[in-house]
Design a protein around this ligand. Structure first.
Ligand code: DWN
Length: 406
């Protein structure tokens, strides 16, 4: 496997979560007896450019053509999109003459915000099912992957884009150099390309190992990102750290100005990464050790609760939940069922563990003893929605707080 950024051949594998099914490949009841495809889930470090990436690449068409994840299932994420669109509109003084393109536009949730702001929009997404949902909402969507070819097609038909966004997409792209070449074609000279993705410093520091899944090919730090843009006509001119999804970056990219050197925010995050010794093997070795300790902590808690015959359900059927449950080899005997707000997931079963997924309301009739919040990045929103269950004594298990029970 070559480094996706600098093509270095020798990658250092530091964490393996074994063979796992695809995290968003939920199963119909009639297919439960069928053999599931599993793939290695191994994380490597490129010591040359600092890029952290999966060792194996699963063909994109197996993961994205029929896609069940939608941002609109989480109020917090929609609120985040509202803030993102208004930030970009203000930053670029967007008017209704300007084009905003969202790459990985999913069901059009972000673009709908731009529509309310009176901005011209276009989505690009490979998922056949979600492109249809977006089109039905009046969001024009190119049902394809973003490449130089797609970019050229867009410029020909709509002109250049003043605003381009890619939220939780950039880390999913295998040929990232091709993707960036497409941005160089599509981005207007006075425009901005805004990328959002989970940040390597938070990922390593909080040991967010459940966010490792086959869709997430890259785990970006700023050092690798600067390397990626080095030989292009683009440059990072601003970066914001965010709490979203356990710690993410919002990176602003523009056409390179003359003799530009690294902007202050870029330099300070590179310094932060070096302070966290991300240019050495230590944090990665510690990460791998912590993964095992986290699993053992959860399994100890689980066996205690099972001895007391407690009923445990899972809240949220996120991709990260599947990585976690499969790594811990959980079965429906351990976790009774899952509830999720995504209509497309309800009535299906989790990949690997085959735990059933129901509508969120089911927990109000069953009142389980414990709820493990698998969508821990939305724990606040979920806990707020379930105050009554807490009053009834239901314990909420928080994976991101070392399985503390609230
Ligand atoms: O990068 C990605 C992130 C952004 O989204 C994609 N590759 C895949 C996906 O990852 P995820 O599934 O871990 O994303 P979320 O947004 O953390 O998933 C949250 C899940 O929890 C959704 O299935 C919706 C569900 N949920 C719920 O059932 N009730 C969420 C909230 C807030 C709720 O109240």
């Amino acid at each position: 496997m070559l480094c996706r950024i600098c093509k270095n051949k020798s990658l250092y594998e530091f964490c393996s979560l074994g063979l796992q099914p695809l995290a968003n490949s939920f199963i119909k009841k009639e297919d439960l007896s069928k053999k599931e495809k599993v793939f290695p889930l191994e994380l490597c470090l490129c010591k040359k450019c600092g890029m952290v990436q999966l060792n194996d690449v699963v063909p994109a068409k197996l993961m994205f053509r029929n896609y069940l994840y939608i941002p609109s299932a989480s109020k917090t994420r929609i609120e985040h999109f509202n803030e993102l669109a208004s930030t970009i509109k203000d930053l670029l003084a967007l008017t209704k003459k300007d084009l905003a393109v969202d790459i990985g536009s999913n069901d059009g949730s972000l673009l709908e915000v731009y529509v309310q702001l009176g901005i011209k929009i276009l989505g690009v997404d490979p998922s056949v099912n979600l492109a249809k949902v977006a089109e039905l909402k009046g969001i024009p969507t190119i049902n394809d992957y973003f490449t130089r070819k797609t970019a050229t097609k867009i410029v020909k038909k709509y002109g250049k884009a003043k605003a381009i966004t890619a939220t939780n997409v950039f880390a999913h792209v295998d040929n990232i150099h091709e993707f960036v070449k497409g941005i160089e074609i599509l981005l207007a000279d006075n425009g901005a390309f805004v990328i959002e993705f989970p940040y390597l410093v938070d990922f390593i520091e909080n040991c967010e190992f459940d966010t490792i899944y086959h869709e997430h090919l890259s785990y970006f730090g700023v050092r690798a990102l600067v390397k990626l843009f080095e030989k292009t006509s683009l440059e990072i001119f601003s970066i914001q750290r965010m709490k979203l999804d356990g710690g993410s970056l919002r990176v602003f990219v523009q056409k390179k100005k003359k003799n530009s050197k690294l902007y202050p925010e870029v330099e300070s995050l590179i310094k932060l990464e070096l302070e966290h010794k991300l240019d050495t093997l230590d944090p990665y070795k510690t990460f791998a050790k912590l993964v095992k300790e986290r699993r053992d902590t959860f399994l100890r808690l689980l066996s205690e609760l099972k001895k007391k015959k407690k009923k445990i359900v899972g809240y949220g059927a996120p991709a990260k939940g599947n990585t976690f449950l499969n790594y811990c080899r959980i079965t429906p005997k351990d976790i009774w069922y899952i509830v999720d707000s995504t209509p497309y997931k309800q009535g299906l079963f989790l990949p690997g563990t085959h735990i059933p997924i129901y509508h969120e309301n089911k927990i109000f009739s069953d009142v389980p003893d414990y709820i493990i919040i698998l969508a821990w990045n939305f724990a606040d929103e979920i806990m707020k929605k379930n105050v009554d269950l807490r009053k009834k004594g239901v314990g909420f298990i928080l994976p991101h707080e070392d399985f503390k029970i609230k």
